[in-house]
Write a protein that binds this ligand. Structure first.
Ligand SMILES: *[C@@H]1O[C@H](CO)[C@@H](O)[C@H](O)[C@H]1NC(C)=O
Ligand SMILES: *[C@@H]1O[C@H](CO)[C@@H](O)[C@H](O)[C@H]1NC(C)=O
Ligand SMILES: *[C@@H]1O[C@H](CO)[C@@H](O)[C@H](O)[C@H]1NC(C)=O
Ligand SMILES: *[C@@H]1O[C@H](CO)[C@@H](O)[C@H](O)[C@H]1NC(C)=O
Ligand SMILES: *[C@@H]1O[C@H](CO)[C@@H](O)[C@H](O)[C@H]1NC(C)=O
Ligand SMILES: *[C@@H]1O[C@H](CO)[C@@H](O)[C@H](O)[C@H]1NC(C)=O
Length: 512
């Protein structure tokens, strides 16, 4: 029986240059609402910022994607790290829920096709695909020159530009981050200038001729949030770069040292070359082949029709290799002897959406037959928590509180998502349930009852918070996020939850 309890705030235990992560604490809030018969489902992400939102400091925008979907986003900036309270910092760390992916949008994306046919002269419309809901991506071939410092530009020399441009030049801008419908994310991504030039007279001379293709992308946006690190960059990068089998040069804008440090094991697997920090690079990099932007589909998933050779299971394989995770299969198969108990992990966050009665739950889980681990993700040390997760066979977490770490679990293990009150089912399904199943995990969902919510300590039992969540949803995101994600923790009924853990055990036995 081993119980590890770690409630230390990750940041306070690490020391690093403050300048290093200032950029990381640009806090953002994004959500997508879907109108279904006038019912609004929202995806809040950073309720701790509500005050600044309410004060009007944050821009709000909305756009109608189609007649069923509405996206609203806003963001607020924490300009100095010191302005953030540690509780906020902690929540930023593994805040896995500021995401937006809509199933009908996913369908729409399937339909996006590249219009490459053209007339043989690759101008903007032939090189770039702007048709996806989520990404803009340009695939270029030819004499390509890239400059970084001062003005990030990509120039393609000596091609016939589109007929539309009279002077033989064409230029446009794009942001190489795959969440283009998300105003809040995109506001934190630097724009690239793309140009096609007739001749090279006006183009800068090459400092370096790269012999391998390049992939240019941004680690701005919502990076720093675990969910977005994977959904917006790591998985899309895998889809984009892995076909080159390491023979590819990665070029990053909005480069952040802490982010690189955190995920370098992935990058060194994907590319045999040192990455280029474009914004701080004074050289002129020349390529024959360059992809600007990353391919991406639904969050934490890879669409087989878009990337037939690279499945999400291949990404999981890469993850294991990158972080030296040894367990491929869950109990009872794999390394572990059958006599050992299966291990169960409670993701025990110290911030919001806590397991208030964790000790009781741990005791109960041990009675059910597990070796129990309670631990919290680190912000900087991906490997530590990755190893803990990989050593377990069942992972229990509250919605949006670190569940993205299911990527580190051995295949066939069980994920239990505890869904708090507040009509959060849609986001629970799309951000965790479906990706977990796609990743070949067994999935269980535990919807808490009113009595299991700490909102009972704050509101009378007949309050609209309980009786009419849609009414709260309609008051807007900030209200919704504040109530259901920020104020709410869970105090699970030990006996009701026991049956969930018994079910999980049963699922593990079926692995035999
Ligand atoms: C794809 O687009 C075509 C025409 O643009 C449309 O007729 C078709 O229904 C779309 N398919 C899907 C799956 O949306
Ligand atoms: C794609 O190409 C077809 C014909 O080649 C053209 O009619 C259509 O407008 C193009 N679509 C886009 C988005 O450029
Ligand atoms: C890069 O390649 C071009 C074209 O082949 C050549 O003219 C130029 O000298 C090369 N530059 C460097 C730095 O090697
Ligand atoms: C960038 O701008 C600075 C000052 O504006 C200038 O001195 C420098 O030469 C520029 N660098 C490049 C690569 O253009
Ligand atoms: C997938 O792999 C096959 C065989 O290795 C290869 O022929 C094909 O071009 C690949 N497809 C893509 C989209 O990379
Ligand atoms: C949880 O609640 C949602 C929405 O009310 C419902 O669709 C789903 O079936 C419930 N799941 C479980 C396991 O009770």
């Amino acid at each position: 029986m081993k119980l590890v309890r770690k409630f230390r705030p990750p940041v306070q235990t690490r020391s690093f240059g403050s300048g290093l992560i200032v950029g990381c604490f640009l806090v953002s809030i994004t959500y997508v609402m879907i109108y279904k018969n006038e019912i609004v489902n929202c995806v809040p992400s950073s309720p701790s910022l509500l005050p600044s939102l309410l004060s009007g400091a944050a821009p709000m925008s909305s756009m109608v994607g189609n007649n069923r979907k509405i996206q609203v986003s806003g963001h607020a900036k924490g300009t100095q790290r010191s302005e953030l309270k540690s509780s906020e910092v902690m929540e930023l760390h593994d805040n896995s829920s500021s995401k937006a992916s809509v199933s009908d949008v996913a369908v729409k994306e399937k339909n996006s096709t590249t219009n490459k046919s053209g007339d043989g002269s690759p101008g903007r419309n032939q090189m770039c695909d702007h048709s996806s809901f989520r990404v803009d991506i340009c695939d270029m071939e030819g004499d390509i020159r890239i400059t970084g410092k001062n003005s990030s530009s990509v120039m393609l020399i000596g091609i016939s530009p589109d007929m539309s441009s009279r002077d033989g030049k064409e230029s446009w801008q794009m942001k190489p981050y795959p969440r283009k419908y998300d105003f809040s994310a995109m506001s934190k991504v630097g724009a690239l200038n793309l140009k096609s030039l007739h001749g090279d007279q006006e183009a800068p001379k090459c400092t370096i001729n790269h012999t391998v293709p390049g992939v240019l992308f941004s680690t701005g946006g919502h990076c720093g949030n675990c969910f977005h690190d994977f959904a917006d960059v790591l998985i899309p990068l895998f889809q984009t770069a892995s076909p080159f089998q390491g023979q590819v040069q990665l070029i990053i804008t909005n480069y952040a040292g802490w982010w690189m440090h955190k995920y370098r094991p992935y990058l060194t697997k994907l590319s045999s070359y040192d990455v280029i920090d474009l914004d701080n690079d004074e050289r002129v990099h020349c390529f024959r082949h360059l992809t600007v932007g990353l391919r991406a589909g639904r969050d934490l998933m890879i669409d087989p029709s878009a990337s037939p050779n690279d499945t999400i299971m291949d990404f999981v394989q890469l993850t294991r290799a990158a972080y030296s995770l040894d367990r491929d299969r869950a109990w009872p198969a794999g390394v572990r002897s059958n006599k050992m108990k299966p291990r169960l992990l409670f993701i025990a966050r110290g911030g919001t959406r806590r397991f208030v009665n964790l000790e009781e739950l741990v005791g109960m889980a041990e009675e059910v037959g597990y070796e129990v681990v309670a631990s919290e993700p680190d912000f900087f040390d991906v490997a530590r928590f990755g190893h803990i997760v990989n050593s377990c066979d069942v992972m229990v977490g509250v919605h949006g509180a670190g569940l993205t770490n299911f990527l580190f679990l051995p295949t066939n293990s069980v994920v239990v998502q505890v869904v708090p009150l507040g009509n959060l089912d849609w986001i629970a399904q799309n951000f965790y349930a479906e990706p977990a199943k796609g990743r070949k995990l067994k999935y269980l969902q535990y919807n808490i009852t009113q009595e299991e919510s700490t909102l009972m300590d704050l509101y009378p039992p007949d309050h609209a918070v309980f009786k009419d969540p849609d009414y709260i949803h309609k008051q807007g995101w900030s209200k919704l996020g504040n109530v259901y994600l920020k104020q709410q923790s869970v105090r699970l009924h030990v006996n009701r939850f026991r049956s969930m853990l018994q079910k999980a055990l049963q699922l593990l036995h079926e692995n035999n």
